[in-house]
Each structure stands twice: as structure tokens, then as C-alpha cells.
Design a protein around this ligand. Structure first.
Ligand code: KIV
Ligand code: ZN
Length: 525
């Protein structure tokens, strides 16, 4: 099934799974508010389908999918479910408020998954496919069925399952490269063969879903489209299980820039790609690698003399797309301590933020405080400040004050006062360096067993008065929580980042007693 547009070029549907497959990867956990902010941006950017979560996984996932469904504008809101009826029903309940809704239900079809993960015979799996799609169709007309580990599935069995799923009412058929194993040519042939062999294949839209274990997720997705798939599943910044999923921004810009050989269209407003990348990086606290295609900080930087010379003569010498087309703005000296509320609001709008009420007030107060300490305020400073405001607005535990004694004389000492749900508590700790002293003080005030997996510092802008942005990852019971903190004082930023991760960890704990189900370790998916 294809959908030619007015331009005569087939429309490729962009299915974003940042909030499901992306959020599922270790350390990328987002808070409820962060998920809402990401979903809103994806909707505004023109994403066709937002996979908002896996409702049966936890109360938190359910609540997020439901609220995203309530707030949805144009995008179809989709939830994931395994084959079990209780999963499918829970998913249907979560997406109910959406204007347009989809149930995405999946089941493994490869020999290795059927034997070891499902412990089921192929004929049992075949019957489950029919049952799961039929159940999903009893809730909505828009049903997607995925053959998990599709690229390692035997072709005859894959075709039989796809035919049965379509017959049972699936309107989209997704064939995932779950383990990132396929190659472009192989994936092309897979779609070509399935579409040719399955008698009712014209009744469904075919979809790609590629993981990046061998670095071919984007190339594979585009190969699938060349073979007739018309939906691509992808994530912002390519976040996802292991090496991640196909990156949305790379797919969209490849289609736009090489439309001569990829004659398709998408509904994405590409000028919002940079903003989306920054929001997801801030919400997940997953930094974007400097040389990442499209959204890396070096993606449009020209360092060598020869390149700079060429660029000055004509930008096309070394640029195949303009920075503006993906929403990169020239770094500008934006504001200082004399800038007022109007200028601040205007700048926020220019950067793509829509803050209101207390959040706007708090961000403005923090901007003023920053402007008092830092002469030159750049766009990046404001982005770091606002991203932190959004990420930490609902934190239970906040830094009230911090004094650190550091230097050669030792021992390094931190005196820390925290606000824990309105109660102020203070302690003093010594440590092997100032950061160690601060983290020990936090541990004394908020006892916990989590281990520190990552501590990383980078400067938001240039200059010795630049804000520091610190990332901290904590892990407990096999789950990781990452957060960022920004401040002109690296030690304060460190405390904020640690507390950010701790807030995520404790809020997850209170929402989901015990370890919640994760989809790849379960028995019916
Ligand atoms: O990678 C995968 O197979 C998945 C499915 C659940 C679609 O994420
Ligand atoms: Zn996946």
C-alpha cells in the first residue's frame, strides 16, 4: 500500500519511537514531564505516529501514554503491547483519549526467539499472531503487527505470519531488524520478497524498524523504503537499545537532501530537528556525539584552513545542506543583565520553548541570576538553563546551598543544605576531592545504595566563565538513571546532576514497586 502525494512522490510515514524504544535503553529514563515535552515537540514537528510507551510495563508508562494521548494534536498516538490480551487491553486503555490511535502488538518469529525466549512451536506462534491482532482490532481500526527478530526469521514462516496478521486486520506490518544484523541489500530483498509473496500484502503499509549494532540502521531503513516500505520507525538522536535505533534526523535529511535518488516526502519540519535533538539530549541526559550527522555540534563546523577558505568563497563547496535547514542558528551573543522579561520571552520563543506560569517565572529569575555572574549570555546558556528548569521542575530534592573547601591543603569538605519536599537538612562531609565530598554529603542526607556509573563535565560555551554542564548516571537494581546539571560553578552543577539522577531514581521507585517488566526480558513478546 503506497500513498503518492501531489508532487507524485510517495509519502513516507515517520513513526517515532524515542519515548518507547529510545527510553527503554539503559540510562535514558525520562520523567513524566519530560515525556510530555518531547511528545509535544514531535507532534509540532510533524511526526506522523508517536509511539508513546509500553503501557503494561509500569504505572508510569501507562500514565505517560495516557496523558500524551489526551494532549495529542495531529499525530497518531501509539502504544506497544506484547501478544497477551491483558497487554493489549491495557494499551487500548492508555491510548483511548487520543484523537487518532494505534495499537502496536509484536511477537517473535525467528527460530532462536521462538525456541529460547517464547519456548513455543511455530504453529503456536502462528495462532498467537491471529489472536493478538484480532484482539487489538476489537479496540481500534489502526493496528500494527511486528515480527520481532524479523530479519532472522525463515522466509516461509515470515510470509505466513504476515499474511495471517493482515487477514486478522493488521493495517501496518513492521519487520524489525531487532538485533541490527541485516545489510541494505538483504533488507531490500526481504521486503521485496514478502511484498511479492504474500497475497494480501497490498492491504497493509510495510514498515522498517532498524537497530544500529553494525552502524547500518539508517541505510537499512532507506533500503526497505526502496523496496516498498512506506513507514520508517526511528528515534531522535538514534537513541535506543544497545547501539540505538535508526536516527530520525538522518533519515529525514537523507530523503530531503538526496531526493534525486530517494524520491519520497515526509511531513517533518526539518527546521525543528536541532531543537528536538537538544530536547531529547537534555531529557535523557544522553549527550550527542560531536561528529553526529545532522545534529552533532561539529556537523556544520569547518576547521581546516582549506575548508574555511572554500566556505568563504561559496558555502556549497563543503556544505550539502544548510545549517538553517535543520534549525541551527548562528551562536549569538544574546542577552545580558539589562535584558528584560520581554526580551527573555522573545528569545525563548526563538529557541523553540513555550514556558508559562511558574516555570517561566523560575526560568527568568535564574536567567537574571546567571546574567549577574556571567557577562555574556549565549543561546546555549539559555538552552542549558531552560532544559534544566524543565527537567528538574518537579524534583523532590533540591540544592539550597553548597560551600566547598578545596585545594592542596585538604581534606576537601562540602557543607550542603538540601530541600527535601520542603524540609531543609544540612550536613558536612569530607572526601577524596571536592566532588567526592559533595556526593558523600548527598548520600548522608539521602541514604541510598545506587552506584555512580558516570560523571562527566563539559563547558556549555567557550570562556573561563562558561557554565559547566555535568552528567551523572546512577544505577540501582539493573536500572540506570542519568541527569544533567548546569551552573557556572562546576561543583554546584555536579550536585545538581547527582540529585537529578537521584530524583529520577526515587520517583521511579515510588511509582513502580519492585522492578517493572521490561519488554525484552518477558515471555510473551
Ligand atoms: O526491535 C524490535 O524488534 C522492537 C519491536 C518491539 C518492534 O523494538
Ligand atoms: Zn526495537
Amino acid at each position: 500500500m503506497t500513498t503518492p502525494t501531489q508532487s507524485g512522490k510517495d509519502r513516507v510515514v515517520i513513526f517515532d519511537t524515542t519515548l518507547r524504544d529510545g527510553e527503554q535503553c539503559p540510562g535514558a529514563t525520562m520523567t513524566h514531564e519530560e515525556k510530555l515535552a518531547v511528545a509535544e515537540l514531535l507532534d509540532d514537528m510533524g511526526v506522523d505516529i508517536i509511539e508513546a510507551g509500553f503501557p503494561i510495563a509500569s504505572e508510569g508508562d501507562f500514565a505517560a501514554v495516557r496523558e500524551i494521548a489526551q494532549r495529542s494534536k495531529n499525530a497518531v498516538i501509539c502504544g506497544l503491547s506484547r501478544a497477551a490480551f491483558k497487554d493489549i487491553d491495557r494499551c487500548a486503555e492508555a491510548i483511548k483519549p487520543a484523537k487518532r490511535k494505534r495499537i502496536h502488538t509484536f511477537l517473535s518469529t525467528s527460530p532462536v526467539h521462538m525456541k529460547y525466549k517464547l519456548q513455543k512451536e511455530p504453529h503456536e506462534v502462528y495462532e498467537m499472531v491471529i489472536a493478538q491482532v484480532t484482539r487489538a482490532r476489537s479496540h481500534t481500526d489502526d493496528v500494527e503487527w511486528s515480527s520481532e527478530d524479523g530479519t532472522r526469521t525463515e522466509m516461509d514462516f515470515l510470509c505466513r505470519c504476515v499474511e495471517a496478521a493482515i487477514k486478522a486486520g493488521a493495517t501496518t506490518i513492521n519487520i524489525p531488524d531487532t538485533v541490527g544484523y541485516t545489510t541494505p541489500e538483504e533488507y531490500f530483498n526481504l521486503f521485496k520478497t514478502v511484498r511479492e509473496r504474500v497475497p494480501n500484502s497490498d492491504k497493509a503499509v510495510f514498515s522498517t524498524h532498524c537497530h544500529n549494532d553494525l552502524g547500518m540502521a539508517v541505510a537499512n531503513s532507506l533500503a526497505g523504503v526502496n523496496a516498498g516500505a512506506r513507514q520508517i520507525e526511528c528515534t531522535v538522536n538514534g537513541i535506543g537499545e544497545r547501539a540505538g535505533n535508526a536516527a530520525l534526523e538522518e533519515i529525514v535529511m537523507a530523503i530531503k537532501t538526496r531526493n534525486d535518488v530517494l524520491p519520497y516526502t515526509t511531513g517533518i519540519d526539518t527546521t525543528m530537528l536541532t531543537r528536538a535533538s537538544k530536547l531529547v539530549a537534555a531529557a535523557t541526559s544522553f549527550p550527542v556525539q560531536y561528529n553526529k550527522a545532522i545534529v552533532g555540534r561539529n556537523a556544520f563546523a569547518h576547521e581546516s584552513g582549506i575548508h574555511q577558505d572554500g566556505m568563504l568563497k561559496n558555502a556549497q563547496t563543503y556544505e550539502i545542506m544548510t545549517p538553517e535547514s535543520v534549525g541551527v542558528k548562528q551562536t549569538s551573543l544574546v542577552m545580558g543583565k539589562h535584558s528584560g522579561r520581554h526580551a527573555f520571552i522573545h528569545k525563548l520563543e526563538e529557541l523553540g520553548y513555550q514556558l508559562a506560569g511558574n516555570q517561566l517565572e523560575d526560568a527568568f529569575v535564574r536567567f537574571k541570576a546567571l546574567a549577574d555572574r556571567k557577562k555574556q549570555i549565549y543561546d546555549e546558556d539559555i538552552e542549558a538553563l531552560v532544559d534544566e528548569e524543565i527537567a528538574h521542575a518537579h524534583d523532590r530534592i533540591k540544592v539550597l546551598s553548597l560551600t566547598v573547601i578545596a585545594g592542596t591543603m585538604g581534606p576537601q569538605t562540602a557543607t550542603l543544605t538540601l530541600d527535601i519536599e520542603g524540609k531543609h537538612v544540612t550536613t558536612q562531609s569530607t572526601g577524596n576531592g571536592p566532588v567526592d565530598a559533595i556526593f558523600k554529603a548527598i548520600r548522608a542526607l539521602v541514604p541510598h545504595e545506587a552506584t555512580l556509573e558516570l560523571y562527566q563535565v563539559h563547558a556549555v560555551t567557550e570562556g573561563t566563565d562558561a557554565q559547566a554542564e555535568v552528567s551523572v548516571r546512577l544505577s540501582e537494581q539493573g536500572r540506570s538513571y542519568t541527569a544533567k546539571g548546569a551552573d557556572p560553578d562546576t561543583l554546584v552543577a555536579s550536585a545538581k546532576a547527582y540529585l537529578g539522577a537521584l530524583n529520577k531514581l526515587t520517583s521511579k521507585r515510588s511509582k513502580t514497586p519492585g522492578i517493572e517488566q521490561r519488554i525484552h526480558s518477558t515471555d510473551v513478546g
